[in-house]
Design a protein around this ligand. Structure first.
Ligand code: HEM
Length: 452
C-alpha cells in the first residue's frame, strides 16, 4: 500500500470522458473563450483529455507560477518526449524536428544547451546583429512604399524569415530561396495524419525536411572549415564550442538551428503584426512613440545604448505582448506525483499552463482589457507587482532564450519604421487577432506605407 499522503487526495475537477476528438475541435476553434469559461467555473486547475492524453490546465497567477518555478522538480518538457510522441500528432513533431533541440532536452543537457545558446542570443553579442536588422528593415520599407497596399502578415513573415536566416546562418533573402518553401512544407506536416507517403502532407513535409537539413548541413560543414567562423549565431556557436567542451555534432547543430529558425520567425511575425494592429487603434500612442523618436539624436548611430533610451517604445512592446502573447500556453509532463491546492496531480499526466490567464488578471493589471502602455512606466510598474506576473516569454528554467533578441528586433524595426514611413490601414477591415495557438490576424489585413 502506498503511504504517500498525496494518494489520498482527489483529482482536480473536470471531465476526462468527452470524446477527445470533438473536444479538441471545439477548443481549437474557440480556445480563449473556452479556457476562460473553465477558469471561471472550476478555478485554477481542471482535468481534461487532449489528443487522447490526460491533461491538467493550470490557470491564474498562483497555478502558473507553480508550474514555471517547479520546472525540474515536478515537470519535464512535454514537447516531444517519448510519451507525448506516442500521441499520433506529436509523433509528427518528433520525426520532423528531430530529437536534439533545446526544447526536448532535460536536466544537465538542457542547462548546457541553454548556456551555449545564451552566448549567441544575449548581451553584448546582440551588437553584432543591429546593422543587419536595420538594413533589412529599410529594404522592406522601400519595397512596401511602392505598393498601394501590402498584405501585412504575409510581408512580415517574409521579413522575419529573411532576418532569421541571415542572422542565424548567414543566408541572404531566405524567403526567396527554397528555404522558405521547405520550411513551410515542413511545418504544414506537423498537425496532420501521421502517414508518410509521397502523396500525403507528412510525406511531403519529410521530403522538404531532408532538403532543408541537407542545405543546412552543407552550410555548417563549410563554415567549420573556415578560419574565421563569422559573427552570426552559427559563427558564435562554433567559436564558443571551440573554446569550451560543449560540443555538438553537425546533426545536432542543424536540428537546433531549425528549431531557432522556426520559433524565432513565428513569434517575431506574431509580435510585429500585433504591434501594428493594436497601435493602429491608438493614435495617441503612435504620437507619443513619434515624439520619443524625435527627441533622440538622429546623428547617433544605432547601438544597444541608443535602443535603451527608447523607454516608451519598450512599454508599448510590453503592452502588445501582454494583450496578444505570441505563445498562448506551455506544455509539461508530470514526473512525480504532487499536490496542488488540495488536489492530486498524478505522475505521467500532462500540464498546460495558460499565459493569458496571468496577463489578463485584474488583480495584477488594472482594467486588463485596456491597451495602456503607461501601466509599465516606473510609477505604475504593474509587471513588477509580483514575481512571474509578466510571462509572455514564459519563466523559470524554460524561459525564452530569445527574449532580448526579440526586443532588439522589434525595437529596431518599429523605430526605423517611425523614422521613415507613415502607414494607414485599409478602411473597414476586421482587425481581430486570433489568440490560439499563435496570436495572428484572423483575416488578411492590408496596409498602405508611404515615405516620411
Ligand atoms: C516576441 C517573441 C517571442 C515570444 C513571446 C516567445 C515566447 C516564448 C515562451 C512563452 C517560451 C516558453 C515556452 C514554455 O514554457 O514551454 C519560449 C521558449 C523558447 N523560445 Fe521564445 N519567444 C519569442 C521569440 C523567440 C526568438 C526570437 C527565439 C530564437 C531566435 C526564441 C527561442 C526560444 C527557445 C529556443 C525556447 C525554448 C527554451 C527552453 O526550452 O529552454 N524565442 N519562448
Amino acid at each position: 500500500m502506498n503511504m504517500n499522503p498525496v494518494y489520498s487526495l482527489p483529482l482536480p475537477p473536470g471531465n476526462l470522458g468527452l470524446p477527445f476528438f470533438r473536444q479538441n475541435k471545439k477548443i481549437q476553434k474557440n480556445h480563449q473563450n473556452i479556457i476562460e469559461e473553465i477558469y471561471q467555473k472550476y478555478g485554477p486547475i481542471y482535468k481534461t483529455r487532449l489528443l487522447g492524453k490526460k491533461f491538467i490546465l493550470f490557470q491564474g497567477y498562483e497555478a502558473v507560477k507553480f508550474v514555471v518555478t517547479n520546472g525540474n522538480q515536478y515537470f519535464t518538457s512535454a514537447n516531444k518526449n517519448q510519451y507525448f510522441t506516442s500521441t499520433e500528432v506529436f509523433r509528427n513533431y518528433q520525426i520532423i524536428y528531430g530529437q536534439s533541440d533545446i526544447t526536448v532536452l532535460v536536466d544537465k543537457e538542457h542547462i548546457d544547451r541553454q548556456k551555449l545558446l545564451s552566448k549567441t542570443l544575449k548581451n553584448k553579442v546582440l551588437d553584432n546583429y543591429i546593422n543587419t536588422i536595420h538594413n533589412l528593415s529599410h529594404s522592406y520599407f522601400s519595397k512596401w512604399i511602392k505598393y498601394d497596399f501590402v498584405d501585412l502578415y504575409f510581408e512580415i513573415n517574409n521579413y522575419t524569415l529573411d532576418l532569421v536566416s541571415k542572422l542565424l546562418l548567414g543566408i541572404d533573402c531566405g524567403s526567396k530561396t527554397e528555404i522558405g518553401n521547405y520550411l513551410k512544407d515542413m511545418i504544414s506536416g506537423l498537425n496532420t495524419i501521421p502517414l508518410a507517403f509521397p502523396w500525403t502532407k507528412l510525406g511531403r513535409a519529410l521530403k522538404s525536411k531532408d532538403k532543408l537539413f541537407h542545405q543546412f548541413e552543407q552550410i555548417i560543414i563549410k563554415r567549420q572549415q573556415e578560419s574565421d567562423f563569422g559573427s552570426d549565431v552559427l559563427g558564435i556557436l562554433l567559436t564558443v564550442q571551440q573554446q569550451t567542451n560543449n560540443k555538438l555534432t553537425v546533426r545536432e547543430i542543424v536540428e537546433q538551428m531549425v528549431n531557432l529558425l522556426a520559433l524565432g520567425r513565428k513569434e517575431l511575425s506574431s509580435a510585429l503584426t500585433s504591434f501594428l494592429i493594436l497601435t493602429s487603434e491608438h493614435s495617441d500612442v503612435l504620437k507619443s512613440l513619434q515624439i520619443e523618436q524625435e527627441k533622440l539624436d538622429r546623428a547617433e548611430p544605432l547601438s544597444l545604448a541608443k535602443l535603451k533610451k527608447m523607454v516608451y517604445l519598450e512599454q508599448v512592446i510590453k503592452e502588445v505582448l501582454r494583450l496578444a502573447p505570441p505563445v498562448s500556453c506551455g506544455f509539461r509532463q508530470v514526473i512525480q506525483d504532487f499536490s496542488f491546492q488540495g488536489f492530486r496531480i498524478p505522475k505521467g499526466w500532462y500540464i498546460s499552463y495558460q499565459v493569458n490567464s496571468v496577463l489578463q488578471d485584474p488583480e495584477i493589471y488594472d482594467q486588463p482589457e485596456r491597451f495602456n502602455p503607461e501601466r509599465f512606466n516606473t510609477a505604475n510598474a504593474e509587471d513588477k507587482k509580483k514575481p512571474f506576473c509578466y510571462i509572455p516569454f514564459g519563466g523559470g528554467a524554460r524561459e525564452c532564450i530569445g527574449k532580448e533578441f526579440a526586443y532588439l528586433v522589434i525595437k529596431i524595426f518599429i523605430s526605423s519604421l517611425l523614422d521613415n514611413c507613415s502607414w494607414k490601414f485599409k478602411e473597414n477591415q476586421d482587425l481581430t487577432i486570433n489568440k490560439f495557438p499563435v496570436a495572428r490576424p484572423a483575416n488578411k489585413i492590408e496596409v498602405c506605407f508611404t515615405n516620411g
